[in-house]
Write a protein that binds this ligand. Structure first.
Ligand code: 5GP
Length: 213
């Protein structure tokens, strides 16, 4: 008889979006620490690295001509301009992760999410993270202390625009408390993994069960 483990699962694309400073990068990183079968998509960007950011870990940092060359090579699954810089998700690592039966988490904006939805609607699970208040958003951006005052002002201005896309997402989490938000994302991931359509081989499994009755 088949064992439960022999039921292949279709990998899913888990997208986290939010205005800058709402906590999605921290949530994604914590989730990766506690979840097996989950990889993070490392984006390509033309934005300069912030202190502490590592090439190949936080982003692949490239210049604009290199980004354009990658675009021409059709290397991106999605790409967008955010705050004047180019960002893109590489196709190849995503395909490899899904092929290996793993899920993949994306920290991308609403423009990227819309493009991924066109490409893989049934495999996409999208979560929008909201800050509990504007004050909290401001405090988190200040605490980060990695952006200049002008950049921070622009990010605050952009937050309203990013937040206007909340209704395009499958789930919405208000990040009042980091630990609870991580648990909520985890619950979503675990439930979505159990969806009938994602458990390939269920028909054979159930048929075998019935035959043995
Ligand atoms: P940051 O520069 O603060 O790391 O990211 C700025 C914004 O760009 C965030 O909202 C982040 O989610 C988004 N972003 C990061 N990588 C990508 C990507 O590959 N594609 C898209 N569309 N957005 C991205």
């Amino acid at each position: 008889m088949n064992t439960k483990n022999s039921i292949h699962r279709r990998g899913l694309l888990l997208v986290l979006s939010s205005p800058s400073g709402a906590g999605k990068t921290t949530i994604a990183k914590k989730l990766l620490e506690s979840e097996q079968h989950l990889d993070m998509s490392v984006s390509v960007t033309t934005r300069p690295p912030r202190p502490g950011e590592k090439n190949g870990v936080d982003y692949f940092f490239v210049d604009e001509p290199t980004f354009q060359e990658m675009l021409l090579r059709d290397a991106f699954l999605e790409h967008a301009k955010v705050f004047g810089n180019s960002y893109g998700t590489l196709k190849e690592p995503v395909f490899n992760t899904l092929k290996n039966g793993k899920d993949i988490i994306f920290d991308i904006d609403w423009q990227g999410t819309q493009q991924l939805a066109l490409y893989a609607r049934t495999d996409l699970v999208s979560i929008f993270i909201l800050p509990p208040s504007v004050k909290a958003l401001e405090e988190r951006l200040n605490k980060r202390g990695q952006d200049t005052h002008d950049v921070m002002r622009t990010r605050m201005d952009q937050a309203a625009n990013e937040m206007s896309h909340w209704a395009e997402y499958d789930y919405v989490i208000i990040n009042r408390d980091l630990e609870s938000s991580i648990l909520e994302v985890q619950k979503i991931l675990h439930s979505e993994r159990l969806k009938r359509t994602r458990q390939l081989g269920l028909v054979d499994f159930v048929n075998t069960l019935r035959q043995e009755l």
